[in-house]
Design a protein around this ligand. Structure first.
Ligand SMILES: [Zn+2]
Ligand SMILES: [Zn+2]
Ligand SMILES: [Zn+2]
Length: 160
């Protein structure tokens, strides 16, 4: 994906960072898997394919650096892992907003929801409390389709 590479190069330069293969490949690993929410170890596994010389410590350090610059976002999805995804400053201009996370309480799977219906809420808060909202993070908890179907089935069986 040469387009992304160019974009990431510019983003790194704009933030005063040297363009290195490792930094680019970490950004690309996250960019190409927007729904995966990778842990540092998983990022390492992805990056290793193209850069076999990279070490886990370097990956950790690079992730910290990119997170400090908001090029990637740190996520806590309630499963005890720190996960990452492309952040606001690293994202495409036509996808300025990230997605929201739907977390299944039964199997722990994380679904994503594109689209943002929170502008009205933010405006109300802004007007009522004179609090300037610049960002939000939304986690919705519930049961995914598979788990719902399994629950309904179980319920039906116990009623027989
Ligand atoms: Zn996400
Ligand atoms: Zn589930
Ligand atoms: Zn949102």
């Amino acid at each position: 994906m040469p387009d992304n590479q160019e974009r990431f190069k510019n983003v790194l330069k704009q933030n005063g960072l040297k363009v290195t293969t490792q930094r680019i490949s970490i950004l690309e690993a996250l960019e190409s898997r927007p729904d995966k929410h990778l842990t540092a170890e998983e990022i390492y596994e992805c990056v290793k394919e193209n850069s076999p010389d990279i070490g886990l410590a370097t990956v950790y350090r690079t992730i910290q650096l990119l997170a400090e610059l908001n090029l990637i976002d740190k996520l806590n999805l309630g499963d005890g892992y720190v996960r990452y995804e492309i952040g606001h400053s690293g994202a495409n201009e036509d996808s300025t907003h990230h997605h929201h996370h739907l977390i299944c309480l039964n199997c722990g799977s994380v679904l994503t929801f594109q689209g943002d219906l929170l502008e009205a809420l933010e405006e109300r808060i802004q007007n009522a409390l004179e609090f300037e909202v610049v960002d939000h993070e939304v986690k919705l908890f519930g049961y995914c389709k598979e788990c719902r179907e399994a629950r309904i089935e179980k319920h039906n069986n116990t009623n027989c």
